[in-house]
Design a protein around this ligand. Structure first.
Ligand SMILES: C[S@@+](CC[C@H](N)C(=O)[O-])C[C@H]1O[C@@H](n2cnc3c(N)ncnc32)[C@H](O)[C@@H]1O
Length: 347
């Protein structure tokens, strides 16, 4: 029996006490957003009765209420327990700590490879001042400091106190690195002071992307280089038999979860508009074939619950979606763009 089976829905509807047939379907509609068809409901009732899982109480004709038998309650509880066990093993229900989440992401193969590509594109030389805007817990500061040493340095900038503290802990003892708690919309740095600037999944969150690009242009010296790695969440493709449900899930992410969800595709235009010359755009697609690994990055169950609350998915669609993701061969992909841009040197 599966969560979205008609019989399971009837058993769940009767969990709180006896109901007559019409009220059973109303309770199912409340749980799932849809009523069962007349045929499905009567056949589910007949089968459950045949198995001794529900019974009719005394009453008038077709209005006789029905209730779970003790065997029915046992089956329902067993099923719920096993579903919770499967879901609990696969999906993370608690929001992870933000530092732990960034560390988890940084440890994935795809992160290693695109972060290396960003480092290569930056072409940091000894003596450079490198800014890591939105440095988070300081994941990349060590590699940037080593590249700028011995005469240069990396400065990590982040507005979040917890991230800044963590980044400072990570660079403790590193001579060519420092961390500043500041907003990337208003950098406390003089014009033309930086040789290299990097953003890694930061512009997707800021209030004003053109404003941050203008500020970056101000602090970057002529001939200096900016490398941005930012996602395009509209590219999130999850395999599911009902394409409308998969699209609704992605639509909810782009509409409600990530502030600048499609910034990846917008960056070449926005960077040119800010006065940069864009020299390269490289797509990096992460492919997930394992649901647990995908959930660790995408928060599949948490975001599904939010999509239900926001009206993008019905309860029934959400249950069917998670059930399918948990039990079937899994595929999801999302693309991030690495955009390299130069601040033009004076002619
Ligand atoms: C997804 S994390 C990425 C962290 C880091 N770049 C990395 O690759 O691990 C985004 C970071 O941007 C920071 N951030 C977002 N908006 C910011 C702003 N306006 N000013 C400074 N930092 C900001 C957040 O605090 C967070 O640490």
């Amino acid at each position: 029996m599966r969560t979205n089976d008609a019989q399971m829905l009837v058993l769940s509807a009767l969990a709180d006490g006896p109901l007559h047939g019409y009220a059973v379907n109303t309770a199912i509609e409340r749980m799932t957003g849809e009523r069962l068809g007349r045929g499905s409901l009567s056949s589910a009732l007949a089968r459950l009765r045949g198995k001794g899982l529900i019974e009719y109480l005394e009453g008038e004709g077709r209005r006789r209420p029905m209730r779970l038998t003790s065997a029915g309650r046992e089956v329902l509880e067993g099923e719920l327990e096993s579903l919770a066990h499967v879901a609990g093993r696969i999906f993370e229900t608690v929001v992870p700590d933000k530092v732990a989440y960034q560390d988890r992401l940084a440890a994935t193969d795809v992160a290693h490879s695109y972060k290396q590509a960003v480092l290569d594109a930056l072409a940091v030389r000894p003596g450079h001042l490198v800014l890591d805007l939105g440095c988070g817990p300081g994941t990349d500061l060590g590699a940037l400091a080593r590249a700028a040493a011995p005469a240069g340095m990396v400065l990590g900038v982040d507005s979040d106190p917890q991230m800044t503290r963590q980044a400072l802990t990570r660079i403790a003892g590193l001579p060519h690195a420092d961390v500043l708690m500041a907003d990337v919309h208003a950098l406390p740095l003089p014009p033309c002071s930086a040789d290299r600037v990097r953003t890694d999944r930061v512009l997707q969150h800021v209030a004003d992307v053109p404003g941050v690009l203008a500020e970056t242009r101000r602090v970057l010296r002529p001939g200096g280089r900016l490398v941005m790695a930012e996602p395009d969440w509209d590219s999130l493709a999850v395999d599911h038999p009902d394409l409308d449900v998969a699209r609704a899930y992605t639509r909810h992410i782009t509409d409600r979860i990530v502030r600048n969800a499609i910034v990846g595709r917008q960056l070449p235009r926005l960077a040119e508009e800010a006065g940069f010359a864009v020299t390269s755009v490289v797509p990096v697609t992460s492919v997930f074939r394992e649901v647990h690994a995908a959930d660790q990055v995408l928060g599949l169950q948490r975001n599904t619950e939010r999509a239900v609350a926001a009206g993008y998915l019905t309860r029934r669609q959400a249950d069917g979606w998670l059930d399918h993701l948990a039990r079937s061969p899994f595929f999801a992909a999302v693309t991030l763009y690495i955009v390299t841009a130069e601040a033009p040197a004076p002619t």
